[in-house]
Design a protein around this ligand. Structure first.
Ligand code: SF4
Length: 403
């Protein structure tokens, strides 16, 4: 069967995010796949797969264990040595499974297992460098209701990571897996987040030359972002999660109480100007607040010169929201179509840096799969992105080779 011709890889990715996938007994994930790891906020709780696509494959993390998966029409089957996604028993697409990275079983010079320092999510190295988010303090618990950081940090991964351990893990990931991007995210530490993350950024930049992204709660003293820029941070993201203020207050009580939604908007707008178009992202969750609010959030983020990073809501096990339904696929198609239309309208450069495939979200570049009417603005945007990639990718690679 020719599965290639029938399948729109972007639509398949989105449907798998919404419905998850069962694992047939023919599969041998222990030997063929990357180990399922619950780290950070828990979104990577599923199976890493690669959906073949042109010009770049799609890397995604498919939900496996959440409650809604029991109703999924999708299954993963191994046949004649190949892995196939089937829907209600019919073949949909041949996919690949990324292998377990060798460095996961290596130890740093201090004897820490590297998989407890950083994990690959798609093709980038994800690191939660410091202690668990302050909103998880037992005496004053106000964590985001969808989050499982407090269940993972210090358990399935190290609590505080040594800078040296992080550097050694990043070097191993770069050498063995061709990683180009390290992403740090922190929880809330009473406004000290940028101070906490700075030594890690400095060391990674000096010793590996890798591209670095930082995701911290917003700093109210906006001038502090200049220091981060001087350290060489390439990308910043701000998770305000919901555009509707009532949803922000209800589902992110800690952020509402200590930061406010406006602080996220202020930091996003300020840093977007400081770093330049397409270097900063606003991160939201789709599938909880009304879809009209998600669409407003998308237009707001792109209008500020940033790009939207949209997580399809995943009610991960152990969180307060584990019994919530997964979003409807039909609604999510509208969301991701608007994402790409908004990127085109605001001419936001996306997908310029090499080899950054984020498995936890439908990436901005993958929004093209949701566009039905492709007018001149669509093609002009594609040409622009192509030229930018041609211009900048060799420069990125040169910079990374020097270190
Ligand atoms: S800020 Fe919210 S989502 Fe982020 S780690 Fe803390 S509780 Fe989790």
């Amino acid at each position: 069967m020719n599965t290639k011709r029938k399948c729109n890889p972007g639509l398949l990715e989105l449907d798998l995010f919404c419905k998850g996938m069962k694992i047939d007994r023919s599969c041998d994930l222990e030997n063929d796949a990357r180990r399922v790891m619950r780290t950070r906020a828990g979104l990577g709780s599923g199976l890493e797969i690669i959906i073949p696509a042109h010009p770049e494959d799609i890397h995604m993390n498919v939900p496996l264990t959440e409650k809604f998966v029991k109703d999924s029409p999708y299954a993963l089957v191994k046949r004649d040595g190949r892995y196939l996604v089937t829907k209600e028993g019919k073949d949909v697409a041949a996919i690949r499974l990324p292998k377990q990275p060798a460095f996961y079983d290596q130890e740093t010079s201090s004897g820490t297992l590297m998989s407890r320092v950083g994990t690959l999510q798609g093709t980038y190295l994800a690191i939660y460098p410091a202690r668990v988010c302050g909103y998880w303090k037992p005496e004053d618990k106000s964590n985001c209701r969808f989050c499982s950081t407090g269940l993972n940090v210090g358990f399935s991964e190290e609590g505080e990571k040594r800078v040296r351990d992080v550097v050694e893990t990043a070097i191993a990931a770069k050498e063995q897996e061709g990683v180009t991007f390290v992403h740090f995210n922190t929880g809330y530490y009473d406004g000290r987040e940028l101070e906490v993350v700075a030594p890690y950024v400095k060391a990674i930049k000096e010793e590996t030359g890798l591209l670095v992204g930082v995701q911290c709660p917003p700093c109210k003293e906006l001038s502090a972002y200049h220091r981060l820029k001087e350290l060489g941070v390439d990308h910043l993201s701000f998770c305000f999660e919901f555009y509707n203020p009532a949803y922000f207050e209800k589902y992110c009580p800690g952020k509402h109480k200590t930061l406010t939604q406006q602080a996220f908007f202020d930091a996003l707008e300020y840093t977007s100007k400081l770093w330049g178009k397409g270097r900063v992202s606003g991160e939201i969750i789709a599938g909880i607040e009304p879809i009209e609010d998600t669409l407003k959030a998308i237009d707001y983020i792109a209008g500020a010169g940033a790009f939207p990073t949209i997580c399809v809501f995943r009610p991960t096990l152990g969180t307060e929201m584990e019994d919530y339904p997964s979003p409807r696929y039909e609604d999510m198609v509208i969301v991701f179509r608007r994402m790409y239309e908004s990127l085109i309208r605001n001419t936001i450069p996306i997908g310029i840096a090499p080899n950054i495939h984020v498995s936890l979200v439908v990436q901005p570049t993958e929004g093209k799969y949701f566009i039905e009417q492709k007018g001149w603005s669509y093609y002009a945007y594609q040409c622009r992105l192509f030229l930018l990639r041609m211009m900048y990718r060799p420069l990125f690679r040169l910079k990374m080779m020097r270190s």
